[in-house]
Ligand binder design. Structure first.
Ligand SMILES: [Zn+2]
Length: 187
């Protein structure tokens, strides 16, 4: 039984169960089973690498050092020409094109990840680890630092933050505060 047949038969059974007057718990189990059948059927569908057609008969063919999974039609065509013209049909095939852009989209991701700016949560954890200031206070310090509209040098930033800390009645050790401000300011 081909995959398409499998999907179709399972779908029909599923419809039958849905149309029952009083579906039962057993029917639900059957539905789940049928759903799995449909899913595996779909997953097993193989498409031709040239024309994108889904076919039960896909053969892996190698001609002139090019290997591709082909449907019957494309297989015969390739045999006729004596080679598999992957590049030309790729441009014309919407499915192949889509796959190309998809891989492009996903490919640069891993490379980008290390360059991503540190998340606020990670930054707060780092400051907490290095200064011993509680994370809730680190968050408030971070906010104070971020609220500085115009860039200040470290000394002025510290003075400003210290004043804000006093206003907010936060209990932060002076040295720890200096270190935290230094990290938060550079972040
Ligand atoms: Zn084909």
């Amino acid at each position: 039984m081909g995959n398409l047949d499998q999907i179709e038969k399972a779908a029909q059974k599923l419809i039958g169960l849905c149309q029952k007057e009083k579906p039962t718990k057993t029917d639900k189990q059957k539905m789940l089973g049928l759903h799995a059948d449909i899913l595996s059927g779909i997953e097993n569908l193989t498409e031709c690498e040239l024309c994108g057609a889904i076919s039960e008969v896909i053969v892996t063919m190698t001609l002139a050092e090019v290997t591709a999974k082909l449907c019957k039609e494309c297989g015969f065509k390739a045999l006729d020409v004596g080679k598999i013209q992957k590049t030309t049909s790729r441009k014309r095939t919407p499915t192949a094109k889509k796959r190309n852009t998809d891989s492009k989209k996903t490919a640069p991701k891993p490379a980008e990840t290390p360059q991503e700016p540190e998340s606020p949560a990670a930054l707060h954890t780092r400051v907490e680890e290095q200064t011993g200031i509680k994370k809730t206070d680190v968050k408030r310090l971070h906010k104070i630092v971020q609220e500085i509209a115009t860039p200040m040098n470290l000394e002025n930033t510290l003075t400003y933050v210290k004043r804000e800390v006093e206003n907010a009645k936060l209990k932060v050790d002076g040295q720890a505060l200096e270190k935290a401000v230094e990290i938060l300011r550079d972040a």
